[in-house]
Design a protein around this ligand. Structure first.
Ligand SMILES: *Cc1c(COP(=O)(O)O)cnc(C)c1O
Length: 376
């Protein structure tokens, strides 16, 4: 079979290899069979290995759903009674974590910072000092809305000084930007298969501290389907997911992991970095401005600002590129009109060069000035 290859420059799902796509075509199997649980056992171990976790201390728990499910599970499951959540918030994904607290009615502090700046660690420390009732701190590693990289290692060291649990949304860095769960002072991180792993949507996973999961056994149960301890316990007892797993998606994830180890952690990160640099070069050549300072970008998402040109029409440019196999993505910032180009997935430098040929054509056809113009 010959499948059309689309270059997805959106922040996930990402472009996948054909071998990952075709890994889903398998003989029918009941996921309660031992054959299937042994596949999941290896998969769970591999996920811990990606973040260099000691298997005696760390485990991974699989869920059926998209990445937001992980955030929901961590926040609703890891907060003891009488304690408060602190969200270190400088973007759309941390704001989503705040919404999760609101929906569960959890006591929380929304510690906000400007979306184009890293959190002020002195303020984080002051908050931890003034609120000993904080039991859980959550933040986002790479704020996918802007592409800013948050200093999780420094934040984590601070949080551990005050004895709270640290959950980090690593959905848009996991299996791309190297993470060392213990050295980075992360207690729980998370991702879904369709981003860094370059597999399919529908499988999400949390990797974290076994002891802390065991501790949460007696914490209030705020969800039936989405509870971390209950899912973990089921896996430990039976090797299976509590409820039906996304069977074919798991086969794809296993193939994606095989390809991950074949490519290698450093080599993969080097490829994403080259792809990212090619995005910068292309945007520079056309004169685009970016939201986040280059030295603070996580190396995966570029958030570019719309030019001040009456001929600029994102939809039109998007459609022109889309028809030619390149998907670009709108921004996620309420205060500025932006679009995003991302270096996730099974793509490389050459794909970005090819994209910019088409993108420049789209600008010319729309009569957008090149280099693009800004008022100030
Ligand atoms: C993609 C992403 C998620 C999950 O989004 P879903 O639409 O639920 O898959 C969560 N956090 C971050 C930082 C992300 O990039």
């Amino acid at each position: 079979m010959n499948l059309k290859r689309n270059i997805l420059l959106n922040p996930g799902p990402s472009t996948t290899t054909d071998s990952v796509k075709f890994a889903q075509v398998v003989p029918d199997i009941c996921p309660r069979e031992k054959e299937f649980s042994s596949l999941m056992k290896n998969l769970r171990e591999d996920l811990v290995k990606i973040v260099h976790g000691d298997p005696k201390k760390y485990t991974s728990v699989l869920f059926c759903g998209s990445g937001t499910l992980n955030m929901d599970v961590c926040i609703n499951s890891l907060l003891p009674d009488g304690k408060k959540v602190l969200i270190i918030n400088n973007g759309a994904y941390s704001s989503r974590a705040v919404e999760i607290c609101q929906y569960y009615g959890l006591p929380h502090i929304d510690l906000r910072f400007p979306i184009d700046q890293r959190p002020d660690l002195a303020k984080v420390e002051e908050t931890l000092q003034n609120h000993p009732e904080i039991g859980l701190v959550h933040t986002t590693h790479n704020e996918t809305g802007t592409g800013i990289l948050n200093p999780v290692r420094e934040i984590g060291a601070l949080i551990h000084k005050y004895g709270a649990v640290f959950t980090v949304d690593t959905t848009s860095t996991f299996a791309m930007r190297p993470i060392n769960i213990e050295e980075d002072h992360i207690d729980f991180c998370m991702a879904s298969a369709q981003k860094g792993l370059m597999a399919m949507t529908g499988l999400s996973f949390i990797i974290g501290n076994k002891y802390m999961i065991e501790e949460s056994r007696n914490y209030p149960k705020r969800s039936y389907y989405c509870n971390l301890f209950l899912q973990y316990e089921y896996f430990e007892k039976t090797g299976e997911m509590h409820f039906t797993p996304p069977v074919q998606t798991i086969y794809a994830a296993i193939q994606a992991l095989k390809e991950y180890w074949e490519e290698g952690e450093e080599e993969k990160w080097a490829r994403h970095t080259k792809t990212f640099q090619a995005i910068h070069e292309g945007l520079d050549k056309l004169g685009f401005k970016e939201v986040i300072k280059r030295e603070e970008q996580a190396g995966l998402v570029v958030s570019a600002i719309y030019p001040d040109d009456p001929e600029w029409d994102f939809e039109k440019i998007h459609d022109y590129c889309y028809e030619r196999g390149f998907t670009i993505y709108p921004g996620k910032i309420s205060t500025a009109n932006t679009f995003r180009l991302c270096a996730l997935g099974a793509i490389d430098e050459q794909d970005i060069k090819d994209f910019f040929v088409v993108f420049e054509e789209a600008l010319k056809r729309s009569n957008v000035c090149i280099p693009v113009k800004y008022k100030e």
